[in-house]
Design a protein around this ligand. Structure first.
Ligand SMILES: NC(=O)c1ccc[n+]([C@@H]2O[C@H](COP(=O)([O-])OP(=O)(O)OC[C@H]3O[C@@H](n4cnc5c(N)ncnc54)[C@H](OP(=O)(O)O)[C@@H]3O)[C@@H](O)[C@H]2O)c1
Length: 333
């Protein structure tokens, strides 16, 4: 089968289209014929050697949708031909509050991932594809949608009458946060380095849009605009410090990434304002099921561009250069 692989840690341009054997499946696994896959920043970090415990060579890809091609001998409830979307969170465990740190890992390194014609995954990780969505739209959802759902609702506790601040709306996860926030009727403020992305966000329902590059003191401008109940951030660094200044007394900040590095926070603001900072990563099987339900109710993911799998390196470079708005999808022929 064809697969997009990493052989050396030399950046996204060095993704290689290989021919490798179709994976064997264990008794509790299914083999999925992947029709579409999607990229995440994780894939870029792996090509750059910026991820712990990298195993090479490896087939990248956490997100995928396709048809079940074979089932293991102990699998029930899934049949060959089922059209499915894959939950990339492997080994979450039994506790909805936190994953099992020993067992948990993410599809697409160390396990071979979805940028291939076939992928082997536990049967428990495949779910019926939302009916109204194409394979390409369904493939855009899993990792980013799951992370966004847990950050926004399970951890962030967003309510319809609240205001949410979403920093860096160009991010794949953040676009889902905006979709979900508007779906429940919350007021949404977004920031971006790009005016074009801010316009796209407004078209998706963002109520306030601010360019953080043109307005470095955006946190002060936003504080004057009204109370912010919840911030969702994956930037870290200075942005997190500014988010702490922007959020209302008693507000919450959900953090799932540190794209620009670690943060130094004004602890006085934290304790004097009684702010809650919530760490969150990926999501549980319960989060995944609840998140998919939103797409049964008519939501559609924002897809930036669709590339043939042979152009994976070009697609990955677009993500590395932060040119995208929404998800970058690979068509797996
Ligand atoms: N813990 C988890 O489970 C989990 C899951 C998914 C992702 N992540 C992490 O979350 C981060 C985002 O992932 P992704 O796949 O969504 O990435 P992505 O699609 O590549 O998004 C990156 C975006 O970050 C924004 N950004 C960069 N510098 C910024 C700054 N100084 N202030 C505000 N925004 C800034 C940019 O937004 P603009 O273009 O709008 O400026 C950029 O488009 C990564 O660090 C990733 O590793 C963690």
């Amino acid at each position: 089968m064809k697969a997009v692989r990493v052989h050396e840690l030399a950046g996204p341009q060095n993704l290689v289209l290989d021919t490798i054997p179709v994976p064997a499946i264990a008794d509790d696994e299914v083999l999925v014929r992947v029709r579409a896959a999607a990229m995440n920043h994780r894939d870029i970090f792996i090509t750059q050697g910026l991820y712990p415990q990298i195993r090479l060579p490896v087939t990248l890809g956490s997100d995928g949708a396709g048809e079940v091609a074979a089932i293991g001998s102990r699998v029930s409830g899934v049949a060959e031909g089922d059209r499915v979307v894959i939950d990339p969170m492997l080994g979450w465990g039994d506790d909805p509050r936190v994953w099992d740190a020993q067992a948990a890992n993410i599809l697409g390194m160390p396990h071979d991932g979805t940028f291939a014609q076939y992928v082997a995954v536990p049967a428990a990780n495949v779910y019926p594809k939302p009916h109204a969505l194409s394979m390409e739209d369904a493939a855009a959802i899993p990792l980013a949608g799951l992370t966004a759902y847990r950050a926004t609702f399970t951890r962030g506790g967003l309510k319809p009458d609240e205001t949410i601040l979403i920093t860096g709306i160009g991010g794949g996860v953040q676009t889902f946060v905006l979709l979900f926030a508007k779906h429940v009727g919350a007021r949404a403020i977004v920031t971006s380095s790009s005016d074009a992305k801010l316009e796209r966000a407004k078209a998706l329902g963002a109520d306030v849009a601010l360019n953080y590059a043109a307005t470095p003191e955006w946190h002060k401008a936003l504080r004057a605009d009204g109370p912010i109940d919840l911030v969702v951030d994956s930037t870290g660094g200075e942005t997190l410090g500014k988010a702490l200044e922007a959020v209302r007394p008693g507000g919450r900040i959900a953090v799932y990434g540190r794209t620009t590095g670690d943060a130094t926070l004004k602890l006085f603001s934290l304790f004097w304002k009684h702010v809650t900072i919530l760490g969150t990563s990926m999501g549980s099987p319960w989060d995944f099921r609840a998140m998919l339900e939103l797409f049964e109710q008519g939501l559609r993911p924002v897809v930036d561009r669709v590339y043939p799998m042979a152009d994976a390196a070009t697609a990955a470079q677009r993500l590395a250069d932060a040119e995208q708005f929404g998800k970058i999808v690979l068509r797996i022929e």
